[in-house]
Design a protein around this ligand. Structure first.
Ligand code: GLP
Length: 261
């Protein structure tokens, strides 16, 4: 795993965006795994800047969202379908027909979940999966004790997650109880994982995921099983890492041919 510690949240976005940009530059039809939430906002803003400057284009790229609430209407401003359209598809110029979000309104949710995994596979697989991390260590909506082998499926949101996401709704009661999320097994099949985290609230979860034991209790620790996982952190999110100096040292001495890889 590569751990990159940078001074500010803006720098997290810039470094992570450079990674996504390099994937798309090599493969314009790349399949991008898209995360919602606050964490990737800086990354998306930096990508938007690159699109506006004419440096990259997502016109031929494909996108798969990580997760969606169950039972929320498609046009609800906080459905992840709406969020992905607003934060990613429109500003980055994706073709909406090439971007999919799990169907949390399907009558047969289990079939819809299986179909989502099948669609990812049919696309050729995700080239780079963008991830945030919850304060309880979740990635996507894979709450603690999610199986490392799990596929896209229905989960019950942890009370802590509903509390954290209540800021997007008028009250916590309005935060859906269930979600459909790519499984940890699904996420691990992406060719590259790119996790971004900022702020002290994430420091414990980040340290547990990177340096703690491999445990379904900390779903983010699944990154340790991946051969090409990168974590980009600001100083506050890196504050609990025991080997922070070593990560700074390895990044400072990264061979130039390996930068952006
Ligand atoms: C969520 C999302 C995750 C996200 C995480 C952290 O609820 N389903 O994809 O990574 O929580 O959210 P944030 O980035 O807003 O802190």
């Amino acid at each position: 795993m590569e751990i990159i510690i940078v001074p500010t949240p803006t720098e997290v976005g810039r470094v992570a965006a450079a990674r996504v940009a390099s994937v798309v530059a090599m493969k314009p039809s790349a399949v991008i795994g898209l995360a919602t939430g606050s964490s990737p906002q800086g990354l998306y803003s930096d990508l938007k800047r690159r699109v506006q400057a004419g440096d990259i284009s997502f016109v031929d790229a494909h996108g798969f969202a990580l997760d969606e609430y169950v039972g929320i209407s498609l046009d609800h401003p906080e459905s992840y379908a709406s969020v992905i359209t607003r934060d990613v598809v429109v500003p980055l110029g994706f073709d909406p027909a090439r971007v999919q979000v799990p169907d949390g309104r399907a009558n047969d949710l289990e079939s819809a979940a299986r179909a989502y995994d099948a669609a990812i596979r049919a696309s050729g697989g995700i080239d780079v999966q963008i991830l945030g991390i919850g304060t309880n260590g979740h990635i996507g909506f894979n709450e603690p004790t999610s199986s490392f082998a799990s596929r896209t499926r229905i989960k019950t949101l942890a009370p802590l997650t509903r509390e954290a996401n209540a800021r997007f709704f008028d009250s916590i009661e309005q935060v859906p109880m269930h979600c459909m999320t790519q499984g940890l097994g699904t996420i691990l099949e992406a060719r590259q994982l790119l996790l971004v985290a900022q702020g002290s609230a994430k420091a414990k979860a980040v340290a547990a995921a990177i340096e703690g034991p491999l445990s379904s209790f900390v779903p983010g620790s699944a990154l340790q099983l991946h051969q090409h996982a990168t974590v980009v952190l600001d100083e506050a999110a890196a504050a609990e890492l025991q080997l922070a100096d070593y990560y700074r040292y390895t990044y400072a001495n990264k061979p130039t041919w390996q930068l952006d890889q």
